[in-house]
Design a protein around this ligand. Structure first.
Ligand code: LLP
Length: 428
């Protein structure tokens, strides 16, 4: 998180004091650093320059229009998983012709919409989905561009809910069946154009070994498909992990020297380039978390403190509806006071206002002994933070702010109760 640091005792994002944003906008508020996103995108694009590589940003990680617009301005493509995400891309000024459309449950309406908009390719997950796209494309008098997601059966060593590339997962087509399936498409589905091959083994991978293993397993198949069907691309998916535990310290080079095992954009690129270069294919990468995860914090206010027999609780004004990662994936997010403390720490649970015991942001955490009224920053909040938020307990969605140098703008106004209930009706 190199664009977040304490300056004169206050946590800043680039040149902006986070306390000023909390005062002006209130909490909870997500604050994104434009520089963090742009720097990481530049680093990824230049590290992969030896390949014919194209970034397809995984929109699900953070789909705010302003963030998508930044990516679109840089000419980045998009990995989408719904008609809604495609609509967002177009609305943000992105190019549908740079969109790959993944997901196991595309509806007819979504498939038609994507075909009308002229997306780059469907990344398909089953034979029945391919048959459905073939039928719809035929109906529309088109040939639909398709790739199939191959499931290489490689363990990504990540949380079980975000592991996707083993036989136990619903995703993709088993590596043992993929060649027969491509032959069936070529023989039986005249309204499909076989354009590529796709895989994605999981998210938040902190080591390069599983990527290497998956690429080594699938590369011979990609080569075969290039020869047989003239595929033009292989999408190797997303999944590059970020630093959660240690994120603030990782803004300094010394941290990286002490953690040589942690994946970096460069170590990822160094590992995969030699395996991919000989194929002569266009390579798509679908990073989500790596581009936005460490580019944001969520500001929240400490409301109360409660000391019990077993634990001390610090209640905050953000809940699992704002960031669900700790509740759902045992996700770890550092929490720092915006006004720096001088060594007074306490072990506490940081909990939200939702009526669920699973509503915590941190458990048994050694943190600064913050008092009611103080502002906290929950770190590494940019990926799967706001994009997974809900209005559970009738809590309006948080505001979002984008910092650029010394200036900042609201990129999403805080939701109102009127907006929450606007589509609810009494029966006639
Ligand atoms: N490509 C495909 C086909 C995917 O399914 C995903 C993520 C990505 C790319 C982007 O993966 P990334 O680079 O962000 O790791 N909500 C969970 C993560 C879910 C990931 C879903 N798929 C979390 O908060 O950890």
């Amino acid at each position: 998180m190199h664009t977040f640091a304490y300056q004169n005792g206050t946590l800043h994002c680039e040149g902006v004091n986070l306390a000023d944003i909390a005062t002006a906008v209130g909490t909870p508020t997500f604050v994104y650093s434009k520089k963090a996103i742009m720097d990481d995108l530049t680093e990824l694009q230049s590290a992969l320059a030896p390949l014919d590589a194209h970034v397809a940003y995984a929109v699900k990680a953070c789909s705010n229009k302003a963030i998508l617009h930044l990516m679109a301005e840089r000419g980045v493509g998009f990995d989408i998983v719904s008609g809604g995400e495609l609509w967002r891309i177009i609305n943000a000024g992105g190019d549908p012709a740079l969109c790959t459309y993944a997901g196991v449950g595309k509806t007819e309406a979504e498939i038609r919409y994507a075909l009308e908009q002229g997306i780059y390719c469907f990344n398909c997950e089953s034979e029945n989905e391919l048959r459905e796209i073939n039928r719809i494309a035929g109906d529309m008098g088109l040939k639909a561009p398709v790739a199939v997601r191959v499931n290489p059966n490689v363990d990504a060593h990540t949380h079980k809910y975000i592991t996707t590339g083993t036989n136990e997962n619903k995703f993709g087509v088993d590596i043992t069946r993929i060649e027969a399936l491509y032959a069936t498409i070529a023989a039986d589905m005249p309204h499909l154009h076989i354009k590529g091959l796709q895989m994605h083994i999981g998210s938040q991978l902190t080591e390069v070994a599983p990527f290497i293993m998956a690429i080594e397993k699938v590369a011979p198949i990609a080569k075969k498909f290039k020869d047989l069907y003239g595929i033009e691309f292989w999408s190797i998916g997303g999944g590059i992990g970020i630093v959660y535990d240690g994120c603030l310290a990782s803004g300094r080079p010394e941290w990286w020297a002490a953690h040589p095992e942690q994946i970096t954009i460069q170590s990822y690129a160094d590992a995969i380039i030699p395996l991919l270069q000989p194929l002569g294919l266009k390579i798509l990468v679908e990073p989500g978390r790596r581009l936005v995860g460490n580019a944001a914090v969520m500001l929240t206010t400490c409301l109360y403190e409660k000391k019990g027999e077993a634990k001390t609780f610090k209640m905050i004004d953000a809940g699992m509806n704002d960031i669900i990662r700790p509740a759902l994936y045992e996700g770890y997010h550092e929490i720092w006071p915006v006004i720096e403390h001088n060594g007074d720490t306490i072990t506490a649970d940081i909990v939200g206002p939702i009526c669920e015991s699973g509503d915590f942001q941190a458990q048994n955490r050694q943190i600064a002994d913050v008092k009611p009224g103080e502002i906290l920053a929950e770190m590494s909040a940019g990926a799967y933070g706001f994009s997974m938020a809900s209005t559970y307990n009738s809590r309006p969605l948080a505001a979002e702010v984008l910092v650029d140098g010394d200036t900042w703008s609201i990129i999403r106004r805080r939701q109102t109760m009127e907006q929450i209930v606007q589509d609810e009706l009494l029966p006639e």
